[in-house]
Design a protein around this ligand. Structure first.
Ligand SMILES: [Zn+2]
Length: 397
């Protein structure tokens, strides 16, 4: 099984310059090749192969001497990533690849030749960089991605093959259904409600103040740079808090249950509702589902997604009687058929759990995960681990 480990690295100022140059070369080559792909597509209706894009490199290196400063394999990976991004796009799995901007997150990928040496990581052409290895890994290194966040922090993401098979399914002792919402982040079928931490709202005033400061700074000035960094730091803090919350909650749920069922949400469609867009992007349901999925898989537990058209709220989980009308403001209701009093969300979560168990009993769990509902942010957690950078699937935080 492949696993990803992310560590923070602390390059010296010289190494930072070298890394910045490598990021720049990779970004420039990506944008150059993407532009070429787009022109070719408009003129001929066809794409460019990976081999063709890689074949451009020797010529380009003669023309642009500075391209030689980057490790050549990192540039070759760019060609691979771009062709994969196009393949995903043509297969309707992703949006078309985008141009990479200098101010956003930067990254390069080493397909091989990276080694750990004590507290240091040895990156070709960069040298030994101090790496805070807060936990160890077992297995062989597949690829290594070095990235720099807009707040100036550097990270390595190491993809490991531990040579183990995916664990066999564990016997089902406890199953849980999870209904997600905005007032409560998650409501489970055993009646627990987890509040929505609203990370963004909490820091909104701070962010606004720093953004206003930034807007008053003169373009190109040193103070503008500083103000920009301050804004990036707030964004980064929000993202880290959200990730921390989601990791802890998903870990707890996966530890306590063997079957985990959630509703397949159309987040993209919901984000189009501008009144709720910020709030919905902030809660991070997509990331939460991704975490539940990979954490379950690595422990032989079952993660099931229920079709989002399944009437989880309107059905009584006791007698399966369905009410026709249940507006969003009704938080609790009584079943006319069996007289049971329901909490709206807990009842929905119980239905989600029961539906998942029904699907698993029928042995068609695969069909529950299918359907052409694309989920933005679905790959966001593992994105660092996956060498493919389509540049489009990352959920904006
Ligand atoms: Zn009933």
């Amino acid at each position: 099984m492949y696993k990803a480990y992310k560590y923070r690295i602390y390059p010296t100022s010289e190494q930072e310059v070298l890394l910045a140059k490598s990021f720049g070369c990779a970004r420039w080559f990506w944008n150059y090749a993407l532009n070429l792909c787009q022109e070719t597509y408009w003129n001929t209706g066809k794409g460019l192969s990976r081999a063709y894009i890689q074949g451009l490199l020797p010529v380009l290196k003669k023309e642009y001497e500075w391209l030689k400063e980057a490790y050549s394999q990192c540039l070759q990976v760019v060609a691979l990533n771009l062709s994969t991004a196009y393949k995903n796009f043509f297969d309707k799995r992703a949006m078309p690849p985008k141009f990479k901007a200098k101010h956003s997150r930067q990254s390069i990928n080493y397909p091989q030749n990276v080694k750990f040496d004590g507290d240091y990581i040895n990156l070709p052409k960069i040298g030994l960089v101090f790496c805070r290895r807060h936990r160890d890994f077992e297995g062989s290194i597949k690829t290594v991605t070095v990235s720099r966040n807009p707040d100036g922090k550097h990270f390595v993401s190491v993809l490991i093959d531990d040579a183990k098979e995916q664990p066999e399914l564990v016997p089902v002792d406890k199953a849980i259904g999870i209904d997600v919402g905005l007032t409560h982040f998650a409501i489970t079928s055993d009646g627990s409600k987890f509040g929505n931490p609203k990370h963004f709202v909490k820091r909104q005033r701070n962010l606004k103040r720093k953004q206003q400061k930034l807007s008053r700074k003169k373009k190109g000035s040193q103070n503008r740079k500083k103000a920009k960094l301050a804004v990036a730091k707030v964004h980064s803090k929000i993202a880290r808090c959200r990730e921390d919350f989601l990791h802890k909650l998903s870990r707890k749920i996966v530890n306590e249950n063997q079957v985990i069922a959630v509703e397949n949400l159309n987040i993209k469609g919901m984000v189009k509702n501008h009144n709720l867009a910020k709030t919905i992007s902030d809660v991070g349901w997509g990331m939460f589902c991704t975490m539940l999925e990979y954490k379950s898989q690595s422990e032989g537990k079952q993660y099931v997604e229920i079709d989002r058209w399944f009437p989880s709220s309107k059905t009584c989980h006791v007698c399966l009687n369905r009410v026709d009308n249940l507006t969003l403001d009704i938080r609790a209701w009584s079943c006319q058929h069996c007289g049971k009093h329901h909490d709206r969300d807990v009842n929905a979560a119980k239905n989600i759990r029961n539906e998942a168990l029904r699907i698993l009993a029928l042995g068609t769990s695969a069909s529950a995960c299918e359907g052409d509902v694309s989920r933005p942010g679905k790959t966001s957690v593992l994105l660092d681990a996956i060498p493919v950078e389509s540049g489009s699937q990352r959920c904006t935080t």
